[in-house]
Structure formats: structure tokens, C-alpha cells
Write a protein that binds this ligand. Structure first.
Ligand code: 0X9
Ligand code: ZN
Length: 262
């Protein structure tokens, strides 16, 4: 069990936030962010915003969705992206977990070739990692109201859709949530994934959105390409802090929109 729940109080049927890190093995700042997050968003935090968030929402944190790939980047190949599963008809290893969810699965922007960096897998949720996340979210879909997934790099805040160029039903609301420039110096671009970067079907954010989680965001943390995936340790605190401010801001807005004051 690799999931960390953060919860305070006894309130029944609380709503919840999901946050996962480390879908892509080489994006090291992502698992670092989840650790940063649990250290800061804690029941013993003195910060009123955090108390407010935890009084209204439980938080489920998955610090590393792709532990085999992550380990491989430490031992063997720093630039590995996919998981480490073997395929029956190829000697190439690994599925891109962010192409393996059931959202226009394996259409344009993904590959059905096992040797590709964006291999979609044999079928949707073929991988234990994506299947476990999908199962958890399916069984908690009435409580989870905010889905967050952390990647790097390029400093962007993306929301559905990436699996089609169509606009999400609450597109304007998602724009207004993502437009939190004054909190992080406007170095983050934002927009619907498909139009802002590229079509990329089978992603967890689109899948969660279609499940009914109407606030669904992909963060691409620092930097903008100078170091890329090899972000030096001295940049970790700044990268995590600005993202944490954005996450708290979005969480507060979700609470504001979805929960009538008691
Ligand atoms: O291509 C991706 O999976 C993400 N970019 S990354 O450089 N970290 O690999 C973007 C994901 C955006 N969302 C979806 N494609 N659903
Ligand atoms: Zn990524």
C-alpha cells in the first residue's frame, strides 16, 4: 500500500483531494513535490489555509505512481520515462502510464509500438499502476472532487482535454482556476492540454475528468528547459514552494465552489 491519506476530525462523508506524483520515472521533482506536500499539508500545520483545507477535505497522496521506473532511473538509466513491464511480443520494456488510461486510448498522440516512449500498452489499464489508481478513484468518485497529477518540466498548468481538441464542459471555470498568476510570478502557462501542448490520449487527468472529477489538473513543474529533468537540488525548494502555493489556492477555490458554508 503506497498511498498516504491525510485526514483530520470525525466529519462523515468528507470530500477529498487526490494527488499523485512520479507517473514518469525521470521527472524527479515530482516525487519530491509529494514529499514536500505531505510535510507542509499536515494536521499540525499552524497555517490557517491548511487547517481550512483539511477541515473540509481529506487528501490522498500517492508519492510515486511508477516506483519500478523511478528506481530504474536511480540505478540504470536516469532518462527512463515509462514503467518497467515486459511485453509478450517485443524485447522493449515499459508502458507510458500516462497513455494507459481509458480516455480515447491509443489514438493520435500515443503509440502502439512497445519500443516507443509513448507506448499505450496492450489495452487500457493493462498496467498494475494505472489499474490500481483507476480502481481507487472509481471507488472514491463520489468524494474526490479535485484530481492533481504532478509532472515536469516546462512550468505549465494543464487541464482537460488532452485526448481531444474539444473543450471541457467547464472550460472557463478551469481557466479561472488555473489563472493564479499573481501567486507564482506568472512563469506558468496554462490551458487545455491538447491545445496548449499536444494531443496525448490515455492520460490520467482526462480519465479522472470523464469519471466525474470536474477539477482535474496536470502540473508541469520547473524548469523551462535549462536543466529539464535534471533540475539541480538547489532548485527543489523554490520549485516545490511555488507549486504548493498553486495547489493550496486551487484547493481553496474548489472548497469555495463546492461546499456551502455550514
Ligand atoms: O505527455 C505527457 O504525458 C505530459 N507531459 S510530460 O512531459 N510530463 O510527459 C502531459 C500530460 C497532459 N495530460 C494528458 N496528456 N492527458
Ligand atoms: Zn510527465
Amino acid at each position: 500500500n503506497h498511498l498516504l491519506p491525510i485526514s483530520v476530525g470525525e466529519k462523515q462523508d468528507k470530500k477529498a483531494i487526490w494527488i499523485d506524483c512520479g507517473i514518469h520515472a525521470r521527472e524527479w521533482i515530482s516525487p519530491a513535490f509529494c514529499m514536500w506536500f505531505v510535510q507542509n499539508v499536515s494536521p499540525i500545520s499552524p497555517e490557517p489555509n491548511i487547517t481550512h483545507i483539511l477541515n473540509h477535505m481529506d487528501v490522498y497522496v500517492l508519492p510515486v505512481m511508477n516506483p519500478d521506473g523511478y528506481k530504474y532511473t536511480w540505478t540504470t538509466n536516469r532518462m527512463w520515462r515509462k514503467n518497467r513491464s515486459y511485453s509478450t511480443d517485443s524485447s522493449c520494456v515499459g508502458v507510458d502510464l500516462n497513455r494507459n488510461f481509458d480516455a480515447n486510448w491509443c489514438t493520435e498522440g500515443a503509440s502502439d509500438k512497445p519500443c516507443s516512449e509513448i507506448y499505450c500498452g496492450a489495452f487500457p489499464e493493462s498496467e498494475p499502476e494505472s489499474e490500481a489508481v483507476a480502481n481507487f478513484l472509481r471507488s472514491h468518485k463520489d468524494s474526490v472532487q479535485l484530481y492533481l497529477t504532478i509532472h515536469s518540466y516546462s512550468q505549465m498548468l494543464l487541464f482537460p482535454y488532452s485526448c481531444t481538441l474539444d473543450e471541457a464542459e467547464n472550460h472557463n471555470e478551469l481557466v479561472s482556476f488555473a489563472k493564479i498568476r499573481r501567486y507564482y510570478r506568472n512563469t506558468y502557462k496554462y490551458g487545455a492540454g491538447g491545445k496548449t501542448i499536444y494531443l496525448a490520449p490515455g492520460g490520467s487527468d482526462d480519465w479522472a475528468y470523464n469519471l466525474g472529477i470536474k477539477y482535474s489538473f496536470t502540473f508541469e513543474l520547473q524548469d523551462r528547459g535549462r536543466y529539464g529533468f535534471l533540475l539541480p537540488p538547489s532548485h527543489i525548494s523554490k520549485a516545490c514552494n511555488e507549486a504548493l502555493i498553486a495547489v493550496k489556492t486551487i484547493a481553496l477555490r474548489v472548497i469555495e465552489k463546492t461546499q456551502a458554508p455550514q
